[in-house]
Design a protein around this ligand. Structure first.
Ligand code: AMP
Ligand code: GLY
Length: 425
């Protein structure tokens, strides 16, 4: 098979690594990719926003499957435009990607199908949003409706913070994404990420993970795209997975089909697990990053077989197997992240740090005069497996400490809840 992978992050490096291991693969291209992905694939310069150009490339290179990593191109309709040219795609249509592209759309779907989620209101103007927030009181959660690169959510602990977040949305801080606002009840519990591969009809559970979104040790500081993750998530017991499938994922699949927008691709449910069971915080319509890195390390089966089954509507006849080990990723970021990261510093020792059960996935890296340099906020995902989360954590930090990059930083406590649970046993 000849495959084109779209994207350039740690998620895509992990996907490229796993796709490259498939006996079905004859040629892998990545656009735009990064230097790590370049070890697994031929990198191509393509304007991803120009869907006609991507389609021409696929036809010319006889691509059998396009795998879309990030949400941006999906929400922009790349899957529709490629399918219109008879090109097979793993990823949802524009209409199905609204599950990530519009928080209000997802909340209305939840309301219609009685899917457990936070109580909410949708607002197109400041005055009515303010009135709702004042009536509900704090803590309360304010969200820009559209894609805001993870920055559109404010968990406000007091009224002043909530009102300031509303002002920011309606002031245009998030552009069009903030023209509409969702205000939500504050949920408590333990967060988990749950993934399904979907083919429009069937959703196949595809692993669990927990992500550390806050910048600093102890889960404090500003929100980021994710500073580390581990899999599996201890709160996602087989019983909790069953409930999530029955109460959240299956009604979503039915609802999307009834709306004429059957969902195919990765459905990533961000969940809050409370004493009353799972509640949906939000959907993403692609793999999480860094969650994808830990999932790929644990996946026993051939990823390409599974992506094909999803693209062809064959998931009802497919199963998936995982290694028994845990996996854990520690993100190394460039100083300045999540604000403006410093670019250009030289990173040494990456190849020597990888080894048995350890992969170093690249995100924001580049090659400059033959040297590997930082070229983004999140730069490397140091990923290890182990018999326990604690063991995977030790292996990941041992590898990370072999990397020579003074301008980088990381959290030192990725996986702490799971490790504490293991120690308490
Ligand atoms: P999101 O971008 O929707 O995943 O939100 C980012 C983070 O905000 C989530 O991972 C949660 O930690 C938090 N969050 C979002 N919605 C809620 C909610 N309704 N209640 C409590 N925390 C929330
Ligand atoms: N790590 C969270 C995300 O990919 O959305």
């Amino acid at each position: 098979m000849r495959v084109l992978l779209i994207g350039s992050g740690g998620r895509e490096h992990a996907l490229a690594w796993k796709i490259a291991a498939s006996p079905l693969l004859t040629k892998l291209y990545a656009a735009p990719g990064n230097p790590g992905i370049g070890g697994e694939a031929e990198l191509v310069t393509l304007d991803i926003a120009d869907h006609a150009a991507v389609a021409r490339f696929c036809t010319e290179k006889k691509i059998d499957l396009v795998v879309v990593g990030p949400e941006g191109p999906l929400v922009a309709g790349i899957a529709d435009d490629l399918r219109a040219e008879n090109i097979r795609v793993f990823g949802p249509s524009r209409a199905a990607a609204r599950l990530e592209g519009s928080k209000g759309f997802t909340k209305d779907l939840c309301a219609k199908y009685a899917i457990p989620t936070a109580a909410y209101g949708r607002f197109g103007d400041l005055a009515s949003a303010r009135a709702y927030v004042e009536r509900m009181g704090a803590p309360i959660v304010i969200k820009a409706d559209g894609l805001a690169a993870g920055k559109g959510v404010t968990v406000a602990i007091n009224l002043a913070e909530a009102l300031a977040a509303l002002d920011a949305c309606f002031d245009g801080s998030f552009g069009q994404a903030g023209a509409e606002v969702v205000v939500e009840e504050f949920l408590t519990g333990e967060e988990a990420s749950f993934f399904c591969l979907c083919d429009g009809v069937t959703a196949l559970p595809f692993g669990t993970a927990q992500d550390h979104k806050r910048l600093s040790d102890g889960d404090v500081g500003p929100n980021t795209g994710g500073m580390g993750a581990y899999s599996p998530a201890p709160v996602m017991t087989p019983e909790m997975i069953d409930r999530t499938m029955r109460e959240i994922v299956e009604p979503t699949m039915r609802g999307m089909a009834e709306l004429g927008a059957p969902f195919s691709g990765v459905l990533f449910a961000g969940l809050m697990i409370s004493d009353n069971g799972p509640k949906l915080i939000e959907y993403n319509t692609r793999f999480g990053d860094p969650e994808c890195q830990v999932l790929m390390m644990r996946l026993k089966d051939d990823l390409l077989v599974l992506l094909n089954a999803a693209a062809d509507g064959q998931l009802a006849h497919t199963s998936v197997r995982w290694r028994n080990e845990a996996a854990l990723t520690v993100v190394m970021a460039a100083k300045g992240y999540p604000g403006t990261p410093e670019k250009g510093s030289v990173i040494r020792g990456v190849e020597q740090a990888a080894g048995d059960g350890v992969e170093i996935f690249h995100a924001g890296t580049a090659i400059d005069s033959g040297a590997l340099v930082a070229n983004g906020g999140r730069v490397l995902g140091v990923t290890a497996t182990g018999g326990t989360v604690g063991e995977a954590q030790r292996q990941a930090y041992a590898a990370l400490d072999r990397i020579d990059w003074p301008q980088g930083f990381c959290r030192r406590d990725i996986g702490w809840q799971a490790v504490a649970r293991e120690q308490a046993r």
